[in-house]
Design a protein around this ligand. Sequence first.
Ligand code: NAP
Length: 512
Amino acid sequence: MQLLASYLAGTWSVGSGTRTPLVNPATEEVLAEVHGGGHDLAAAFQYARTAGAKELGALTFAQRGALLGSLAKAIHGAREELIAMAVANGGNTRGDAKFDIDGGAVTLSHYAELGTKLGSAPLLGDGEPIQVGRTARMGGQHVWARRRGVAVHINAFNFPAWGLCEKLACALLAGMPVISKPATATALVAHRLAQLFEPLLPAGALQVLVGPAGTLLDNLQSGDVVAFTGGSGTATMLRNKLPEPVRLNIEADSLNAAILAPDVELSSEAGALFLADIVRDMTQKTGQKCTAIRRVLVPEARFAEVCDAMKERLASLAVGDPSREDVRMGPVATAQQHADVKAGIARLAAATDSVHGGTGEVSPIGVPAGKGFFIGPVVRSTKDPLRCAPLNDHEVFGPVSTVGSYDGSAELAAAFVARGDGCLVSSAYSDDRDWVATFVGAAAPWAGRLYLGSSKMASQSPGPGTVLPSLLHGGPGRAGGGEELGGERGLHFYMQRCALEGDASVLKTLIG
Ligand code: NAP
């Protein structure tokens, strides 16, 4: 049995204590084990604060960008091996696995290019120079400076590759050493990435703790940052536990909405995009995407048509062992996830009607009888979407969506987005620019990103569920109030903004 090791303080160590198994969620076969603790985490922090900070601090943005480029290449070189691991340990189809792994590589490459662009500037300029004196000689300039401290990354189970890479890219480019903790249940991919990345990076730049957090948080001090992705319960614990001077970024639950405007026919390009986006988000990664569409709103006149179209598209979906080529959707990742999704469906079922899939019972293809954490795609419906509490108050993190109807007004559409109490992304499909303007004005305060589907962009759209390194990822309220990525903005969490005032010609030289 493979025993996974952590890479801490310059060495690989398996730790000690009770063992937790990592299983194949389709067959329940144990793939590897990880010890519950036994690591000297104080030594890991010390190593990051000394070797890691020194090594990264000596490099320019361009040199740190080049390191990120080498990590992206390492992923490309091991792509098939990583995909096989994600299929076995994550319940991913090959397409799901590629989405995670290629997403990680693309994000690293994006930040590698940004590093080249930022070159050797010692500080990042923030906005234009400002005249603060009587003449232009006395100036002001906001800058971003490298923080001195350790970046702790805690990731969710659903994106072991992308989650690790997107946080790592921003922190390393900003010059902060990282201790990364993947979710235990799906850590096989993250563990392999750590093995691939470690020889390519300077000492102390990246350490990876595989297994439970243990005393990880007890070693934090002023100047350190924690970037967390996961459930809202864990996020609340972190908010209460972390010492005040430690900066915390949270990416948590999200009740993302997709809204069809009244001007869009389902047979149009925008209508086809709407349907394709909903069905993809329900089934890709078995609905275990933080950006997946959970709530769908359609004009009353299109309600039956949309429900029928979703039913038709999902009816032929092959659910089963994701290592089979004919399977389009695998199991959820863990037994706990299975129980949570089932409980979420039961809560929804008490307040909604079934459109497709009942409460998720399914006979998976190619799986030993009674094995695996499978749930079939479930579509529910409600005639009162704004007042349906189980729909708007609880995220079901699986292949589940609920369709509601409305009067078609942009104000009500925005109120539906707001009802989720803050989301990572919501989408609206319309070719009516006035409708879109009203919707965006009212919905934007409730969403980290708004995806505006239309016939003009339909052929180029990656869908709302794809997180792009050039755009912000995060959201207000329930989604945690955090921000990641967004090009250069992604570096700011790992840097300190400082206002400089003095001789304008000196300020200019400081930002290069
Ligand atoms: P989770 O149970 O909150 O776990 C997330 C991470 O926190 C894991 O690495 C977990 O480690 C760690 N953790 C748990 N207890 C901890 C503690 N006491 N101290 C330090 N770390 C601790 O969430 P999950 O089940 O992995 O993920 C599902 C949730 O994540 C969903 O609700 C989803 O909405 C959310 N999510 C959000 C985003 C986003 O970008 N906003 C993306 C993906 C997922 P162990 O695995 O070792 O327990």
